[in-house]
Design a protein around this ligand. Sequence first.
Ligand code: NAP
Length: 263
Amino acid sequence: MNIKEYVAKRKSEIKEYVAGLEVKPYLVVIQVNEDAGSNAYVKGKLKDCAELGIRADLIKLPIDTTEENLLKIIENCNKNPEITGFIVQMPLPKQIDEEKVKIAVDPSKDVDGFHPLSPLNPCTPQGVMDYLKNEQVEMLGKNALVIGRSNIVGKPMAKLLLKESCNVTVVHSKTSFEDMSRYIANADIIVIAIGRQGYLDNKYQYKPSAVIVDVGISRDETGLHGDAVPGLPVRLQTPVPGGVGLLTRLSLIENLLKIYKGL
Ligand code: NAP
């Protein structure tokens, strides 16, 4: 099943579930930026909620909001029993410490899974994992390569793959070309999240049975591009656009429902 079909199937199941609920789950999105990417992500999140019958509100704050004010608003969301869960859209303006904000969110309402004590995983790696499982991609004892080591994608992705008993290797910008080529040639599953358009191309060799999950998003005047060039000689490669971005959006809703159901 391709990603679009998978997401459509899950959405129709979720819509039916939510329709039967007397009290709807309630998501709040707090945004403190005017970033074009964030505007598009927030719009997508609110649209998904509307489509699925989920209550959702956006609290859009001016760019010069102080850290103190944002922390107060977060505290109100933590305390408001009507709110199932909420997210603070990143990035934040430079006067606000992102790490402080991440730990101010009550872990039991942390839809993004960013709090160190959050029982949920960050949406992108969780969404990727759910999809790989739905596709019955074999993981046990397989070689998984994660390219990129950020806190929101690379590291949690590696943790989730390890939990499925993959042999996990994490590489990054300090990895040599020779090592990178060797790891790629040996990988059964490659998850790439670096934000370098077309980084994975035909200069590398791949296992024909490999699965490539392309998390990267680069924007230019021609549109959105992934970290891998389309059409690599592998068994499965997720497209950009219409790939992991959809899984991330779905995963946000799945996380909200997990909170609603008491995890
Ligand atoms: P990030 O915090 O900037 O991290 C990028 C990682 O890539 C770093 O670990 C960096 O290595 C590594 N890297 C950079 N250049 C490299 C190179 N030439 N070779 C190997 N590794 C390299 O980014 P992020 O937040 O993880 O996001 C990564 C990409 O995924 C971005 O394009 C972002 O837009 C996209 N993204 C997409 C979704 C989605 O839903 N589709 C969700 C989240 C992010 P060092 O640690 O050594 O610097």
